[in-house]
Design a binder for this molecule. Structure first.
Ligand code: HEM
Length: 540
């Protein structure tokens, strides 16, 4: 996508010189465009003006404001933002040389927040984004008031494929009552903390096998695991299948079992082709394309494998529970289980790699986390209750997700008119919260470029920060349904791995984030694994 749709990133001065639309779209500028009798001079840039909700600003400064405000707020078009051309909107800024890159969209967001304040509006070829950097406003105005069935923009290639095959849209992409039917089936079993505890043993088994697999590889290659993504992807797949099907696929066998290899290949093809399809210009979907054919082929294969996995599931598995205790048809259960696998794979894999990379890069932090694990677990095997006593391990994941939030934005399509920061956002508009920008806001997170897990510890983070500054799994009725599974599998793997090995950064240069399906690493990540214990004790 970056090749097709690069986004221009002009320096502020360059904007003024080059662009015919260079005048910043300030409150007064946009309001004038919307025919509102308005303000003397609104400051053009910076947080201080925009940190104040626009309606209050208006009220204070302009006697006419009461009449110009719509439904108690300014019209949505008055939200400041980068100026655009008729029809194409800000696409011009995406195709200029040396501009923003689409695969670094979070940088464009940071730039725009700096220019236009914590709520800006952008129109790219007719699609309008209202981008927010204010988590409190997101929680109180968007999420707390959301209806029974909140909506998010769907993953278009998946929707197209399932329509073509006459299948239901499942958990990730359905909307309205259909979504509710799926979600209410899966919610309790996946989100209630007590329900998740039964997955501790299977996930521990996967973590043990994975660590031994990594250690074997490292021994053969000068203590180094090259391109660790290939391996972490297997851990992710093996973990989610252990949770859903109580089945071990055999990803760490040498070579992996045929089923595992097929699953790995199809999953990887699914994500790479979907990524390409998602960012193609819209007209491409009317033309035949090799990528689309590939996507259909691997989606068919995944569906077939998913159906096969549900054929003979052990009685104590989640799959069996959903097959026998829900009103969903067998095919709908199989599709939803696939959705859970799809939801889990990219996010958990990328997050785990970032977490390992951060610990390897910030050795002091790694030693502090290791100290905690050693003092709680010692030489025995990790137990479920230990997880409650390792706040630093948990903080290490939170800090990773602050620096590198796998979904770097979360979106909602408004289902009723809502006043956000003084603007009346009508039903049908999309609001996007930029998690990346929040996590990199120096005023919220001093020393924000550094990995400091302790900033999330109860005695160090203030209440407001803990409440409003971290939302990597989303929030509300449509939040990540796999959050508890993800947290458990990551805590287990981190504590086991770090007590067995010291991680070292074996990369040339700093690994930087780029947007693929989620916030990915811009190069293959290599890590050195140094055994902490001369002899490996199985289990920990
Ligand atoms: C570190 C790992 C993960 C992160 C950061 C993450 C993050 C997210 C986020 C931000 C959303 C959107 C929430 C919203 O719109 O408010 C989401 C949705 C979803 N996630 Fe996760 N996720 C992770 C792991 C998982 C796992 C392990 C599973 C499966 C067990 C999973 C399954 C899903 C599904 C099915 C949805 C769509 C839910 C719906 O639309 O009702 N995720 N995830």
């Amino acid at each position: 996508m970056s090749r097709l749709w690069p986004i221009l990133r002009p320096a502020p001065s360059a904007v003024a010189q080059i662009c015919p639309f260079s005048r910043p779209n300030t409150v007064s500028g946009t309001a004038a465009a919307a025919n509102i009798v308005l303000l003397p001079t609104a400051p053009a840039r910076g947080e201080s003006t925009f940190a104040e909700p626009a309606a209050a600003f208006l009220q204070r400064q302009c006697p006419m404001s009461g009449t110009s405000a719509v439904g108690g707020g300014l019209p949505v078009k008055a939200i400041p933002g980068p100026p655009g051309l008729p029809l194409v909107g800000t696409l011009w800024s995406y195709v200029k040389k040396n501009g923003f890159k689409f695969n670094k969209l979070f940088e464009a967001h940071a730039f725009n927040f700096n220019e236009y304040g914590p709520f800006f509006r952008e129109n790219i070829v007719g699609r309008k984004f209202n981008v927010l950097r204010d988590l409190k406003e997101w929680k109180t105005k968007v999420i707390q008031q959301e209806p029974k069935c909140p909506q998010r923009v769907a993953l278009e290639p998946m929707v197209r494929y399932r329509k073509m095959r006459g299948l239901s849209q499942g958990l990730v992409n359905s909307q309205g009552e259909e979504w509710y039917r799926f979600r209410s089936t899966f919610d309790k079993k996946l989100l209630a903390p007590k329900e998740i505890e039964c997955h501790f043993d299977p996930l521990s088994g996967v973590a043990d096998d994975f660590i031994s697999h990594l250690q074997r590889q490292a021994k053969e290659q000068d203590n180094t695991v090259f391109n660790i993504e290939n391996e972490v992807f297997k851990w992710s797949l093996e973990s989610i299948c252990a949770v859903l099907f109580r089945t071990r696929l055999g990803c760490f066998e040498d070579p992996p079992s045929r089923d595992a290899q097929e699953f790995i290949t199809n999953c990887r093809r699914f994500f790479t082709t979907m990524q390409t399809l998602m960012y193609e210009p819209p007209y491409r979907k009317w033309l035949s394309s090799r990528t689309w054919d590939d996507f259909v082929e691997c989606s068919d294969a995944l569906l077939e494998q998913g159906m096969r996995l549900t054929d003979n599931v052990p009685e104590d598995s989640l799959a069996s529970h959903f097959l026998h205790n829900s009103k969903l048809k067998r095919e709908e259960v199989a599709l939803s289980l696939l959705d859970l696998i799809i939801g889990a794979m990219e996010t958990s894999t990328k997050t785990m790699i970032w977490n390992l990379y951060c610990l390897a890069k910030w050795q002091d932090a790694q030693e502090r986390v290791h100290g905690e694990v050693a003092s709680v677990v010692g030489d025995r095997q990790l137990e479920l209750d230990d997880l409650k006593n390792m706040p630093l391990v948990k903080a290490s994941l939170k800090e990773t997700l602050r620096l590198y939030p796998a979904p770097f934005v979360i979106s909602r399509i408004m289902q009723s008119d809502t006043n956000v920061r003084g603007y009346n956002v009508p039903k049908g508009e999309e609001i996007v919260i930029s998690l990346w920008s929040i996590g990199h806001d120096e005023s919220l997170f001093p020393d924000h470029k550094n990995f400091v897990p302790e900033r999330w510890m109860k005695d160090q983070a203030d209440e407001a920060q803990r409440m409003y500054c971290s939302l990597p799994f989303g929030h509300g009725r449509r939040m990540c349904i796999g959050r508890r599974v993800a947290e458990m599998e990551i805590y287990i793997l981190l504590s086991k791995l770090i007590s067995r090995c010291r991680l070292e950064d074996a990369n040339v240069g700093s690994v930087e984030p780029v947007i693929e399906m989620t916030l990915a690493q811009d190069r293959p990540v290599h890590l050195r694994l140094i055994d902490r214990k001369p002899e490996v004790v199985p289990g920990i």
